[in-house]
Design a protein around this ligand. Structure first.
Ligand code: GCO
Length: 451
């Protein structure tokens, strides 16, 4: 089919990428599955948070979402039809271990077992994320991530999932975006569980990292092939060369990136960040060795980059908009930031990387057949793939790219208002229609393989 945006594909946006580059699409459990009461699943903090008046746009929730739980085989065929190598999905903790403690819930776990089988028989590699924000509510009730015990519960859950899928899944990601769990969930209160306490958020940071490390050790001892964690990051650029602006960017980078990667890779928290936060982290003897269990791959989720200046309160860096085009989230489109970020991560941390999420929400307009001519999304994705190729040419070791997202889905506090999919979902009928970006992505993958 001839589509607008074809030119972008033919202007080889994949230059610089390795020949065996892995192409994928990504989703997460709560955002697509629905079936929140099925087969023994219990409530997660997101089920609870969605019921808080005003917490989610239009009081929407993930009860039905894309109904993927019931439509999984057809969704897998659709994924395979895109010609991708891999599919990144997350496992819902309260589905496989209701309440966050105790034995495996066989019926819930079976869903993922069937999903993995379906993917493998369609020639698509499964890429698991163990935690994409849906903490069992019972664990939040006993303290959530600010409580140390949650880290141990997470490691136990990781082993349970491995007991079901370990024989067939090569790549295991522990956490998705711990910054969001800690800062949006426990400090800003805009994500579940909606708490607003900076001290709790800092405890959550440490216990998320500890949970990652304990799970990593457990998975390593069980023999997983490839182990990683996914962080959301961007470049933090000072607005000017003034000392205050440079300090603002340093602080933002410290709390956004280094507070995670320094302990993960170097086994220590950055001294300047410990000083900035002004509270002590609940680090016990031996924690940092656990947290720095060697990783095989760093998952990078990239959407935008920010410029900062110092404000009246040095602890609160101020974002300075750069008058760049924005997505429907209001996020500025900064592909060059992705190149800079990857090169910097390569230099500072030296890990192989995979872009585990990149993509954009736009105000899609669907035709009567549901087709969306999303040239804006095509150009967003194309420019970011190009940015990855540039980073590779500059020496960064980037091995794959997952488009966020396979299909429109529940965008957390924004409900269903923001559409990130390369496939449109009609939430009335659950019909899926490939957008122009999906066609373009498939063609681009095809071209990269020289087919
Ligand atoms: C994210 C999440 C996704 C979001 C996406 C767009 O990792 O932040 O992984 O769940 O939908 O980032 O905001």
């Amino acid at each position: 089919m001839t589509i607008v945006g074809q030119e972008a594909a033919s202007a080889d946006v994949t230059a610089g990428l390795p020949a065996d580059f892995c192409w994928g699409v990504a989703t997460s459990a709560y955002q697509i599955e629905g079936a929140v009461d099925a087969d023994g699943r219990t409530q997660s903090i997101w089920d609870t948070f969605c019921r808080v008046p005003g917490a989610v746009f239009n009081s929407e929730n993930g009860d039905v979402a894309c109904d993927h739980y019931h439509r999984m085989p057809a969704d897998v065929s659709m994924i395979a039809g895109l010609g991708v190598d891999a599919y990144r999905f997350s496992v819902s903790w309260p589905r496989v271990q209701p309440g966050g403690r105790g034995p495996l819930n066989r019926r819930g776990a079976d869903f993922y077992s069937r999903l993995v089988d379906e993917l493998l028989s369609a020639g698509v590699q499964p890429w698991i994320t163990l935690y994409h924000w849906d903490l069992p509510q019972e664990l939040e009730d006993s303290g959530g991530w600010p409580a140390r015990d949650t880290a141990y519960r997470f490691a136990e859950y990781a082993s349970l999932v491995h007991s079901v899928l370990g024989d067939r899944v090569p790549t295991w990601t522990t956490l998705n975006e711990p910054w969001c769990s800690a800062m949006l969930g426990y400090h800003q209160g805009v994500h579940a569980p909606g708490r607003r306490d900076f001290g709790d958020a800092m405890k959550a940071v440490h216990h998320l990292l500890l949970g990652h490390g304990l799970a990593a050790q457990a998975l390593r001892s069980l023999g997983v092939g490839e182990l990683g964690i996914t962080l959301n990051m961007g470049c933090a650029t000072p607005f000017s060369s003034s000392a205050a602006d440079i300090d603002a960017a340093r602080r933002a980078d410290g709390l956004g990136t280094r507070i995670y990667l320094d302990p993960l890779v170097h086994g220590r928290y950055p001294a300047d960040v410990l000083e900035d936060i002004g509270v002590s982290l609940p680090v016990a003897e031996g924690d940092l060795e656990i947290i720095s269990t060697p990783l095989d791959v760093l998952g990078v989720n990239y959407y935008s980059s920010l410029t900062f200046r110092g404000g009246d309160d040095p602890a609160s860096p101020v974002v300075v908009p750069q008058s760049l085009p924005v997505t429907a989230m209001g996020w500025e489109i900064v592909p060059s930031g992705l190149t800079d970020l990857l090169v910097r991560l390569h230099n500072d941390y030296g890990l192989p990387m995979v872009i585990t999420e990149n993509g954009a929400a736009f105000d899609d307009v669907a035709g009567s057949d549901g087709f969306v001519a999303d040239a804006d999304r095509v150009s967003y994705i194309a420019s970011h793939i190009e940015a990855v190729g540039k980073a590779c040419s500059l020496g960064a070791d980037v091995r794959g790219y997952f488009a966020w997202s396979l299909m429109d889905n529940f965008e957390w506090a924004y409900g269903y208002a923001k559409r990130f999919g390369i496939v449109r979902v009609d939430y009335e009928t659950q019909e899926r229609v490939l957008k122009q970006s999906a066609h373009w992505y498939r063609d681009t993958i095809h071209q990269h393989r020289g087919l």
